[in-house]
Design a protein around this ligand. Sequence first.
Ligand code: FA5
Length: 341
Amino acid sequence: MEFDLNKIKKSAQEAIEELASPEKLEEIKIKFLGRKSELTELLRSLKDLSIEERRKLGPKLQELKKELERSFDKRLKDLRISHSTLRERIDVTKPGHKITSGHIHPLSKIEEEIEQIFLSMNFSVVEGPEVEDEYHNFDALNIPKDHPAREMWDTFWLRQNEIKNQKSKIKNPEKLLLRTHTSPMQIRYMEKNNPPFQIIVPGRVFRYEATDASHEINFYQVEGLMVGKDMSLANFKFVVEEFFKKFFGSQKIEFRFRPSYFPFVEPGVEVDIKLGKSGKWLEVMGAGMVHRKVFDAVGYNPNDVTGFAFGLGLERLAMIKYKIPDIRLFYSGDLRFIKQF
Ligand code: FA5
C-alpha cells in the first residue's frame, strides 16, 4: 500500500508540473482526484479493511488527498495569473484593434480652410454675437423699418421677457433677434475700428423659413469687409477670384458677376462660379461696394473711404466642393455622412 501511494503522488505531481494550461490541469485534477480516480477508489475501499488497517491507512490517504488538492490549486492559480498576464502583453503579430477617434465636422473643416486662405491674404478673422439688435441687423445696414427689403430676411424675433436681463448690454433693447446674416458685424467692427482694414466674419445665422435641400433655418455665413482709400470693384474681383482659386485647388474655374440688390451695397453683385466641365453656373455669394449710408451710420466720411463687402454661405460652398446633394445632411448627426470627411 505504501508503495502505491507514493506512485500516485509521484505521477500526480509530475502531471501538475508538466501541464501548462489551466484547462488541461483541471482535466488532470479529475483524473487524480475525481470520483473514479485511484485515490478515491482506495478511500472507498477503506471500509472493507480491518479497523487497524483503516487507522493506519486512512489518515495517510486523507493527507495525500489534501496534499494533491493543494498542489493542484496552487498550480492552477499560478497558471491563471501567468495566462492573464500573457493576454495583457502585446503580441505584435496579432492584427490590431481599430481605434475610433472623434471627428471634425465637415463644416468646421471648410470654415478652417476658408480662414486660412483669407489669413494668407492678410485678412483678420473676427466674430460677433448671434443674438443681435434690430439696429445692427437692419437699420444701420440701410434696411429701414417697414421697408420691403426687410422681407429678404425672414427673422426669428426674441420675446421681451427672454431679453430683459440682457438689456443693459444692448444698444436698442426693445427689439432683439437671431441675426439673419453676418453683415451686422460690418457695423460693429466699423464702430470700433478705423480703416484701412480687411476682415472676415465666420458665424452662424438664422432664418425663419421652410427647409429644403438647399435651405436650412440655421446655417453659416462668412462675411468679408475691406475698407480703405480708392478701393474699387476691381479690388473685390481680385480678392474673390484669388480666394476661389485657392479654395477649389487645381479645378478649372470660371466667374460671372451679376448685378444684384442688397440695401447695404451699391452697386450690388452676385457671384456665380462654374467648375471644371460640369457646365453649371452656381451662385456662391452676394457682394458689392459698401453703401454711403452704411459709412454714415458708423461715423466714417463716405467721401474719404470706400470698400467692398461680401457674404457667402458655408454649407452651399461645402456642397459644391464635396458634391453633397442636401444641406440637411450637415445637421442630421448621421455618422455615416460625417465620417466621410
Ligand atoms: C446676405 O445674407 C447678405 N448679407 C450677403 C451680403 C453681404 C451681400 C455683404 C452684400 C454684401 P443672402 O440672403 O443672399 O445675402 O445670403 C448669402 C448666402 O447665404 C447665399 O448666397 C447662400 O449661399 C446662403 N444662404 C442664404 N439663405 C440660406 C439658407 N436658408 N440656407 C443655407 N444657406 C443660405
